[in-house]
Design a protein around this ligand. Sequence first.
Ligand SMILES: C[S@@+](CC[C@H](N)C(=O)[O-])C[C@H]1O[C@@H](n2cnc3c(N)ncnc32)[C@H](O)[C@@H]1O
Length: 449
Amino acid sequence: MKIPQSLISSLQNIKGFNENAFVDTHENEASPIAVRINPFKKTDTFNHAESVIWSEYGKYLPDNYLATFDPLFHAGAYCFQEASSMYLAQILKSSVDLSQDLNVLDLCAGTGANSTLLASLLTPDSLLVSNDVLKVRANVLAENLTKWGTMNTIVTNNDPRDFTRLSGFFDVLLIDAPCSGSGLFRKDPNTIREWSVGNVTQHALRQKSIITDAWGSLKQGGVMIYSTSSYSKAENEDIVDWIEKQFGAQHLVASNEDKLGNEVISEGSYRFYPDQVKGEGFFITAFQKRNSEKEVFIRSGKPIKNNNRRTEREIFRNWVKNIDDHTWFGKNDDFFLINPLHEHIVQLIQLNFNLRKVGVSMGKLSSKDLIPEHELAMSLFLSEKINKVELSQQEAIKYLKREEFALEQAVKGWSLMTFEGFGLGWAKILPNRINNYYPKEQRILGKES
Ligand SMILES: C[S@@+](CC[C@H](N)C(=O)[O-])C[C@H]1O[C@@H](n2cnc3c(N)ncnc32)[C@H](O)[C@@H]1O
C-alpha cells in the first residue's frame, strides 16, 4: 500500500503523527473488523470476543467473519461499525445529558452506523432524525434502523440546507462529514487512488458549506459533534478554528484526563491513528452553540383527530405491546406507530422533508385485521401474544433466502419467524404451505462457502 507522499509531508507537524509506525501499519497490518451489539436485542454470541476499549458494546471479530449467513445479523442483534468511530458514545456522554429527552439530528448518516449508536443511547421520548442526501444510502439507512427496532426515529433524504426549516429545534447535531477519506486507506484502498491535495481542499469547502447550512437547526446551548475519517488538518483542526470564528461556538476542549486509550488530543480534539489504536484514522470533536436561534413553532397539546381510533386500537392491540402508550397515523392504507410526544413534529417533517421511515410501519388494514409489515416484526414493540416459530440455523437461512421450508406443528396464520428468540420476519402458515414474507430486496443471495 503506497501512501501518497504529499499526505505524509502534510502530516509531519501534526500531533501524534509518527511516520515510520504509520507507514508500517498501513503496509503490514490488516484493518480490524468490529461490530456493535444492539443493547435492545442483546446477544451473548460475542461474549468471548475482544472488546473495543472505548465502547460498551463494541467487539472485534476475526477478519474472515461472514455476517451474511448469520441470522443474528439479519435480526439486528448487531451492526458493523469501524472501531474508532464508536468513540462517538464517549463524546456524547461527556458533552450531553443523555438522561434528558433530546432532539438529535444525524445529518450525514450514511448507512446508519452512528445512527444505531445514537438510537442505543437516547431515551425513548427523544427523537432521532437520521438523514442522508443520497437516496440509495437513505434507503439502506432506513433498513438498518428498522432492524435496530426503535420507534423514536425518522429517516429523511434531504439536502442539509433543508434543515433550516427546523430552525433551533435540535439539542444535538452530528456531522460525520464527507471527507477525503485518508483514515480509511486500509479499509478501502480506492480512497488512495482518489486522494489528492486538491481533493482535501474541496472537501474542506464542502464541510464548511454543510456546517453553515445545518447550524441554524441547532438550538442555543445545543451541542454539535463534528467528525471525519481524514488525517488532514484542513478538514479537522482548521475547521474547528473556522467554526469557533464563524459561529462564535464554544469548542468543548478535550483534555488528557478524558482519554480512554491511545487516542491523541490535538488542539482539544481527538485524533485516532491506526498505529496507536486498534481502529482506523478518525477525528472527532464537539462544540456548544452560544448564539440564540429562533425556534421553529411546533404545535403541542391536543392529539390529532381521528374518527376510527377505537376500532383501529382494538385491532392493533393484538399486534402491539402496550398500545395505549403509543399513537399512530394512517397514510393511504398504511399505519405507522409513533410516540404520542412526536405526533406534531412528525406531521411537520412529513410536510417538509422526503421521508424514508417514520416510527414503526405496522402494515395495512384489511377487512378488520392487519396485514403486518416487516418493520413491525423487527421492532421492539411487537406484542408477546404473537405466534412465534423458532427456527434452526439451517431453517433461518432458508427463510432469509426466501427458499421453501417445512415446519412441524406450526399454528396456522401469521407467525413471527425467530432465531435465538430474535424476530427475523413474517410467514403466513397455511394448511398445505408456508408463505414467506421476508422482504425480497433484503433476501440473502449467493451460497455459503
Ligand atoms: C462519512 S459518511 C457518513 C458515515 C455515517 N455517518 C456512518 O456512520 O456510517 C458521509 C455521508 O455524507 C453524505 N454527503 C455527501 N455529500 C453531502 C452533502 N453535500 N451534504 C450532506 N451529506 C453529504 C454522504 O452521502 C455520506 O453518506
